[in-house]
Each structure stands twice: as C-alpha cells, then as structure tokens.
Design a protein around this ligand. Structure first.
Ligand code: KG4
Ligand code: ZN
Length: 332
C-alpha cells in the first residue's frame, strides 16, 4: 500500500511516499527555518506563507522521486493537528483537494502519532511499547498496548523539552532553534558546573515541568560578571544534563511500571545523542529486555514520511468534507 504523506504543521513543508508504513520511497522536506532564525522564533503568518510557496513543488518532487503518479497512490495522509493554524490549513486543504480531484482515500493524522510512528520505518517495535515524544511543542509519555489501545500517561505542565532548549538558547544569544547548538556547545562544557532545577523528577506521575529551568538560567546569566564562551559551554552542558536527567528518570519509571518491550523516541529532541545515550546507559543498567528505538535524525524532526507511516496503521479514512485543521489536537 503506497501512501502520500503531507506535513505542514509548523515550519517544515514535507511530502513523502511510504510503502506499507515502513519503506520510504521518497521523503522531501523544505524548511523555512532560516527565515525564522532571523527573527529568533516562528512568526505564524510567515510560516504559513512559506508553506503556500513550498507545498506543490514539494509534493511534485516526492512523487517524482518515488516514481509514482498520483493516480497510482492508495491514499493521501495529512497532518491535521496539533500545530499552527495557518500552516496546518495549507496541508489539509491541499490534501483534501487532491483527494477530491483524484478520488483517493484521505487519512487525517495526528502529528504526535506521526512522531511515534517514525519508529516503524525500517525498525520493528514490539508491544507493549512506551513512546516518549519530545519536540518543540510537546513532551509526552504514551503507553501503546497495540495499534488501537493507546494511553496517554503524562506530559509537560508548562514548557516542552525542545522549548526549554530554545528559550535557554535565546538567553545565551544562540541561533534558533537552539537544541542542536546547545548539544554541540555542551560537548566542551562541564555538566556539573551549574546545578539547575529538575522539577518533579521524583514524583510518581509521568508529568514534566521545564519552565523553572529557563528562569534559573536567566537568573544565573543576570548574576554572572561575564558571559564568555567557556561559561556558555558550561551552561549548555548543565542545562542539557538537567533535561536529560528528567526525561531519563520519568521514562525509566514508566518502563519499570508497565514492563514494556520497546521504548520509542520521537520528536526533534530525540535527535540529541547525549540524551539518547543517557537513556541507553540507564536502561541497560536495569537489565530489562526492553529495547530503545530511535528514528534516524531526519525522521526525528518534522517530516511527512512519519505521517504516511502513521496513516498505514490507522484504519479510519476521513471523508474530505469532514476533515478540518485542529491546532489544539492532542491525545484522546
Ligand atoms: O519535532 P520538531 O522538529 O518540531 C516540533 O514538532 O516541535 O522539534 C523541534 C525541536 C526544537 O525545539 C529544537 O530545538 C529541538 O527540537 N531539537 C533539539 C535537537 N534537535 C532539534 N533539541 C536538543 N538537541 C538536539 N540535537
Ligand atoms: Zn513535530
């Protein structure tokens, strides 16, 4: 089954053709990040205009690379939320139009499930599985007994993990998005130099809270005599360590409680090798049979292959008249 996936929830315009939810035939991403880097964050109106500019060329390229005509597709899948309304509308309305004109099944996909299903591409997760979604907008732990029984365990009460990286980056004058830069600078820093807060790390629930971290870094920066490169590296390493400690502790707490066979990482922060390595080391110390799965870096950040993969496992098709973009979409 060949599905065309379309992803436009934020600042990436993605189109991909994926076969049977696991084999990528093409995966094209056009990003408007350089524009947002100039303004230090995403301006929704600018992101929506860029989506309009990229959407058709990106779809065309995805079909060409997959050597497939729209007529030969089995379905069209599109992210309908969560995300920014303007960018979402571009993808949703394009997918609806293609579905109507070419009489193709249409499948609306929750972006968050997309991040989870990136793990089915070229990998074979076993159930029960625990998914940790860590992106710019979300930090969630989700228990999957199978493809139908999915239970949200907890999430962030304030900032998402990626958001924490980005906000700290702004305080340190690093380019947006700051996650990759903080990871790079942290390699030269001392993670024990600053003891930043790890809120609710030991609570019995599966919630997260990262907003205190940004405030603590702000106070530290204000109190420093000078913010030189070695100090910036120490702050980066200490912040990354704090975020990694919290993500690791909560994920392993859930792993222990639900005795899952796989842990699935997803979202931009899952591209952080330091965090993945800490999770791996702590997991192997537990001596469980649980496997840690991480998508390739290109599949961690926003892309349309993950949307096509998630659609393959979703049985309900959507009538095009009934599909509407939903910026607040979450887990049911
Ligand atoms: O999943 P994603 O591409 O978009 C959303 O759905 O939000 O995630 C983007 C987020 C940004 O906050 C970015 O700073 C963070 O992922 N990120 C990273 C890394 N690469 C991207 N955070 C930490 N380390 C990285 N290597
Ligand atoms: Zn995302």
């Amino acid at each position: 089954m060949k599905i065309l996936g379309i992803e436009t929830s934020c600042d990436e315009t993605g189109a991909a053709v994926v076969e049977d939810g696991k084999t990528i035939l093409s995966n094209i991403v056009a990003t408007s990040l350089p524009l947002h880097a100039k303004t230090g964050g995403i301006i929704p109106e600018v992101a929506a205009r860029q989506q309009l500019k990229f959407i058709l060329p990106v779809i065309q390229k995805a079909l060409e690379e997959a050597k497939i005509k729209i007529e030969q597709l089995d379905a069209i899948a599109v992210t309908y939320g969560p995300g920014l309304i303007g960018p979402l509308l571009v993808g949703v309305e394009t997918a609806k139009t293609l579905s109507y004109v070419y009489n193709k099944s249409l499948i609306g996909v929750n972006h968050l499930f997309g991040h989870i299903y990136a793990n089915w591409i070229g990998q074979a997760p076993e159930f029960p599985a625990l998914a940790l979604i860590v992106s710019g907008g979300h930090t969630d732990l989700v228990l999957m007994k199978n493809h139908q029984q999915i239970q949200w365990l907890g999430g962030t009460r304030d900032d998402a993990a990626g958001e924490a990286f980005d906000k700290v980056g702004r305080l340190l004058n690093l380019p947006y998005p700051a996650g990759p830069k903080i990871e790079e600078l942290a390699k030269k820093g001392n993670p024990k130099k600053f003891n930043f807060p790890r809120p609710i790390i030991s609570s019995d629930d599966f919630d997260f809270s990262f907003s205190g971290l940004k405030t603590a870094v702000l106070r530290k920066v204000q109190n420093l005599k000078k913010l030189d490169d070695p100090t910036i590296a120490d702050i980066c390493a200490s912040v990354q360590q704090a975020i990694s400690d919290v993500l690791t502790r909560k994920t392993l707490h859930a792993t222990n409680k639900f005795r899952v066979k796989s842990i699935l990482l997803g979202g931009g922060v899952a591209a952080n090798t330091f965090i993945v390595d800490q999770l791996k080391t702590n997991l192997s110390a537990l001596n469980f049979e649980t496997k840690l799965l991480v998508p390739s870096k290109k599949l961690c950040t926003d892309n349309a292959a993950m949307i096509a993969a998630a659609a393959y496992y979703k049985s309900e098709q959507t009538d095009w008249q009934n599909l509407t973009a939903n910026p607040q979409l979450y887990f049911d």
